[in-house]
Design a protein around this ligand. Structure first.
Ligand SMILES: Cc1cc2nc3c(=O)[nH]c(=O)nc-3n(C[C@H](O)[C@H](O)[C@H](O)COP(=O)(O)O)c2cc1C
Length: 199
């Protein structure tokens, strides 16, 4: 589930809410999975991975990650991302382009304290994306953190939210005979425009 609140009153967000409600009604599994593509300016390469979208607040989309991970380095080098979600229960794709930044520390703290301890222990124990000798080492580091109550009280500085604000959102809904529906919303001069694209 994605926690959606105070959504911007605009055509793309009304559409997003409707498509989300339709997919929830059909019990779409992993509805929060979103693929984020980033760009490494230093290496001149693009990269993608799924994350869990936890909130859509007004016009901000928020997930949580490690601030020392590969993706974090790429967001630092280049603050533009593209992202994509697919909900197979309703044959719906949501595709967007956005600028990304770290969330407020308070927002990350509030999310951290609401999470299960078992998840927070991994936020502490993992140097996400770094090479380690073995998976046993991963498990041992995790077990050590899980038993350290004092450590777990506080969010690690190197873990928190990323928030992105899309300036382009395309909704794609599959139809029979490939007569798929594509609705594009773009921010132009601070207001949303809507166009229909050929399939
Ligand atoms: C469905 C799914 C959800 C995921 N959610 C997250 C997430 O919310 N945050 C995160 O850091 N990694 C998440 N991951 C792991 C990432 O895909 C990725 O392996 C990790 O963030 C390291 O990426 P990086 O090396 O590009 O930084 C998820 C993976 C899957 C398959």
């Amino acid at each position: 589930m994605i926690s959606i609140f105070n959504l911007e009153k605009s055509p793309p967000y009304e559409k997003f809410q409707k498509l989300y409600d339709d997919a929830i009604k059909l019990k779409q599994p992993s509805i929060e999975a979103i693929c984020i593509s980033s760009y490494s300016k230093n290496l001149s390469l693009v990269d993608s991975r799924f994350v869990n979208l936890k909130y859509v607040r007004e016009n901000e989309w928020i997930f949580f990650s490690n601030y020392n991970s590969v993706k974090a380095m790429q967001f630092d080098e280049h603050n533009q991302i593209s992202a994509c979600m697919y909900w197979h229960k309703t044959d719906t794709q949501i595709r967007l382009k956005a600028k990304i930044k770290k969330s407020d520390k308070n927002f990350s703290d509030n999310h951290y304290i609401k999470r299960e301890i078992s998840k927070n222990a991994l936020a502490h124990s993992s140097n996400q994306s770094k090479i380690i000798n073995s998976y046993d080492d991963v498990k041992n580091k995790y077990a050590k953190c899980l038993n350290d109550e004092n450590l777990l009280i506080k969010r690690p500085e190197y873990w928190g939210g990323y928030s992105f604000v899309p300036y382009q959102i395309e909704f794609w809904v599959g139809n029979p005979n490939r007569l798929n529906y594509r609705e594009m919303h773009e921010m132009v001069d601070e207001s949303w425009t809507k166009t229909i694209l050929e399939p």
